[in-house]
Write a protein that binds this ligand. Structure first.
Ligand code: HEM
Length: 446
């Protein structure tokens, strides 16, 4: 723990009015505009062009310089929120999730209940432990490989094959292939071409971007749930639906709602994987290593998630009175805000903050730091993490059979600090090898 951030120096400070206004303009609005639940491509493009995450990080740095590393208390439209500024406080808040803090924060619940009411992430109280247990069992958390990983690998390889036949790769094609993979992994192979189920999910996620401001569309949600249920009720379900059939669910678990979260959360994976491929195109030596070392390839996917976290912020609400250094007590119901980019790119803690450093995931540096939390930390840590890493690394291993170069203007190479905001939607890659000369397949253990 650095001296500056020791408990005695981490008192809660109330932000001034002008500071709150600056936080709204430089952090909150750009984050909400990009779409916390489903990205708005145009807003992502503008945010990347302006590098709005860098604005937010600079502002938080300024506040930390002025007030010290303790959490900052802000009031927005009558809602009290603590903005975290130190990894030590992040550790406390994420680690005490389920006791003093709940992951079922009010705004998150409003957003997610459009399409996944009853999902564990937005469950409070006595229903949470059995739902969490159900998720962990069906997803085989924390095993590195799910019991059905062989079937998942087949699905990934089949969907990767057409991508290898083209000499260019863009987001649209990559995303469509990943969507098919997601449907096959979550609902089984029969869902491969069920684009309607993805459309339903994404319409409702669009509503979720508006939190409580959008009305609930019960008809669409019912259609989504009925369609999902059908895969579960097949005589021979596939994918995670089969794991659900094999997992005992207590009365209140609501397996279909849990599956909705998997289906939704999986949509962040293509963003991380595609940016990882972009990074590898900009770092040919790392790509060469990733071709033969599957563990390194997983680390590259994690590193992409550190650099451009797809969970833009982690939100908590306090469930009891909480006590903070300096003697401040805050009432239950205070929001807590962990802005992922700020912690993931904090040069004060991380000498490698703005460069591609997959090694940090192999030598324990990233794991030891609770400020690095692309899959969260503590009792609400993502139980789908290893399924995502397996899926993305297996797909990238296939794609790395070709040699890709960046053909869009993204600055993803070494030499200059990596931008803090990235637009995956306009990233384009071109194969630099001649067709028919694929590279050796990456780590056969993939
Ligand atoms: C790149 C893809 C993904 C990322 C970045 C991600 C990240 C996260 C994060 C940050 C949380 C915790 C949020 C919080 O602390 O407030 C979370 C929770 C969760 N994730 Fe993921 N996730 C991904 C994909 C998946 C997938 C594919 C599944 C399932 C197959 C999954 C299942 C879950 C579940 C069930 C929770 C709730 C845990 C709880 O409340 O106890 N996630 N995920």
């Amino acid at each position: 723990m650095d001296h500056e951030a020791s408990a005695a120096h981490r008192e809660v400070t109330r932000a001034r009015r002008t500071e709150v206004l600056r936080l709204i303009a430089l952090l909150l609005l750009p984050t909400v505009a990009q779409g916390p639940i489903i990205r708005r491509p145009y807003a992502v493009r503008v945010a990347a062009a302006l590098d709005t995450n860098a604005w937010a990080c600079r502002e938080l740095d300024r506040l930390r310089e002025r007030h010290g590393p303790g959490p900052l208390l802000v009031s927005v439209l009558g809602r009290q929120a603590l903005v975290l500024l130190s990894a030590e406080d992040a550790r406390r808040v994420l680690g005490e999730t389920g006791t003093s803090f709940t992951a079922a924060n009010k705004e998150k619940t409003a957003a997610l209940s459009h399409f996944e009411p009853d999902a564990v992430l937005i469950t409070r109280g006595a229903s949470r432990p059995p739902r969490r247990r159900f998720n962990e069992t069906a997803l085989d958390h924390p095993a590195a490989e799910h019991r059905f990983h062989e079937a998942f690998r087949t699905a990934v390889r089949e969907e990767a094959r057409p991508l290898l036949l083209h000499d260019t790769l863009d987001w649209k094609r990559f995303h469509a292939a990943y969507q098919r993979i997601v449907r096959r992994i979550v609902f089984g192979d029969t869902a491969r071409y069920d684009e309607r189920i993805t459309e339903l999910r994404d319409k409702l996620r669009g509503d979720g971007n508006w939190f409580m401001l959008h009305r609930k569309r019960d008809r669409l949600r019912t259609e989504l749930f009925v369609r999902s249920r059908r895969y579960l009720d097949l005589p021979e379900p596939g994918g995670l639906a089969l794991a659900v059939r094999g997992t005992r669910a207590a009365a209140d678990v609501k397996p279909v709602a849990q599956m909705q979260h998997w289906f939704f959360a999986f949509d962040a994976a293509p963003i991380g994987a595609y940016l990882a491929l972009g990074l590898l195109a900009g770092h040919p030596a790392d790509a060469a290593r990733a071709r033969t070392d599957h563990t390194y390839l997983r680390a590259c996917v994690l590193e992409s998630q550190r650099l451009w976290p797809t969970s833009l912020a982690l939100l908590r609400d306090t469930t009891v009175e909480t006590h903070w250094p300096g003697g401040r007590t805050l009432p239950a119901g205070t929001a807590v805000f962990f802005y992922s980019s700020y912690f993931h790119r904090d040069a004060r803690r991380l000498p490698y903050a703005d460069r591609f450093e997959p090694e940090a995931w192999l030598d324990g540096r990233a794991e030891a730091d609770w400020g690095i939390a692309p899959f969260s930390r503590g009792p609400a840590e993502c139980p789908g993490r290893n399924i995502v890493l397996f899926t993305s690394a297996t797909l990238l291993a296939e794609l790395l059979r070709r040699e890709w170069r960046l053909s869009s203007r993204h600055r993803l190479g070494p030499g200059r600090p990596l931008p803090r905001t990235a637009d995956h939607t306009s990233l384009r890659l071109t194969a630099a090898d001649r067709p028919g000369q694929p590279k050796e397949r990456a780590g056969q253990g993939a």
